[in-house]
Ligand binder design. Structure first.
Ligand code: GAL
Length: 354
């Protein structure tokens, strides 16, 4: 018996020295990763990053996307539980609807991490994201630097995404005081179903018709919907004349910035958030506690005082990006490629290739 124990511990020590503690602890861990959709540029990128990071640590990842269908997402999560996952990372289509799946998983002792978007359940093991209210402030600030009076359009994100509520809170922190002063009039306020660029185009077409194109600025909530709105603005000769905000520093968004149409975007370095998700998932799957999280109440995270309970959280910083710093912050950091951003800029007007 003693001899057997000695040989086992010898094997373990050798494995640790060869593969490192985490990968030994990650062996045989199955991580379920559930996305709301793969329509937005960032989600498939983060799925690949998570797969790569988990593989490097010896863990297995099951990835699924729910095509903006909240019921399908819950079914996919149930299915992951049946497939024996040890932990689940979720980008929720609907923060309220996904709470049922998190509560079910908790009953089966399977910890869930809400990734980027909050899920309205006190049974979350962790919620990790960016400072979403600051995203909204940066968006409004970026537009107000160009135009700080007149007729404004507010274009919110998906109504089922708690982030959209937080972005709007930040936007109004900057805009409301100017409305109160009578400097700004909000002439239209719409929320874009599913964060769909096509929905944004249709909404903006109707707004421009209703306002006879008499709009001075648009506070939009991500690159996808902003570029959708810009389609309608372009058709009316307003693109590049009326400032508009974005988010996510997508390739198309940064390209539109250097071409003078999108005014700004918000850089959220997902290369920092994905490793955090995989490390926390492995820690939870090993039954260990995650260090460095701070408790927030669901009421403060949702601006809805009727919600009870707290969630352990971690939020990363965001960076305001416009034509003056897109090259340094986005291109030189490799977040987007030089060729993607400057492809339609004449060679002699481009900055040097980093
Ligand atoms: C938000 C996310 C943004 C944006 C949007 C559309 O929740 O924080 O980065 O991409 O969803 O998917």
């Amino acid at each position: 018996m003693m001899k057997k124990l000695l040989s086992l511990s010898l094997i373990l020590v050798m494995a640790v020295s060869v593969f490192g503690v985490q990968s030994v602890l990650a062996k045989n861990i199955k991580i379920g990763v559930s996305f709301s959709d793969f329509e937005t540029e960032r989600w498939p990128v983060e799925a690949e990053l998570m797969k790569k990071l988990a593989a490097e640590k010896g863990a297995e990842v099951i990835v699924q996307a729910a095509n903006h269908d909240a019921k399908l997402q819950n079914d996919q999560i149930q299915n992951m539980i049946l497939q024996g996952v040890d932990v689940i990372v979720i980008v929720a289509e609907d923060g309220a609807a996904a709470a049922a799946a998190v509560d079910d998983a908790a009953r089966d002792k399977i910890p869930c991490i809400a990734y980027d978007r909050l899920i309205k359940s006190p049974n979350l093991a962790a919620y990790i994201s960016f400072d979403n209210v600051e995203v909204g402030r940066a968006q409004a600030r970026g537009v107000l630097k160009v135009v700080d009076k007149g007729r404004f359009v507010m274009l919110g994100g998906s109504p089922t995404d708690n982030n959209a509520v937080l972005f709007r809170k930040g936007q109004m922190d900057m805009v409301q005081p100017l409305v109160d002063k009578g400097q700004i009039e909000i002439v239209a306020d719409q929320w874009v179903e599913n964060w769909s660029p096509d929905n944004a185009t249709k909404l903006m077409e109707n707004i421009l018709t209703a306002q006879s194109n008499n709009v001075d600025a648009v506070v939009a909530s991500n690159d996808g919907t902003a570029l959708g709105a810009l389609q309608a603005m372009k058709a009316q000769g307003l693109a590049g004349k009326v400032p508009i905000s974005g988010q996510d520093a997508t390739a198309a968004g940064c390209k539109s910035i250097v071409e003078g149409e999108l005014t700004m975007t918000v850089y959220k370095d997902v290369r920092l958030l994905t490793p955090m998700a995989i490390d926390m998932a492995i820690t939870l799957a090993n039954g260990q506690a995650i260090e460095g999280l701070q408790d927030f109440t669901l009421a403060e995270l949702t601006l809805d005082d009727s919600l009870q309970g707290t969630v352990p959280c971690k939020f990363l910083e965001v960076v305001e990006v416009n034509k003056d710093n897109v090259y340094d912050v986005i291109v030189k950091s490799g977040f987007q490629s030089y060729d993607d951003v400057y492809k339609d800029i004449p060679e002699d007007q481009r900055p040097p290739k980093p």
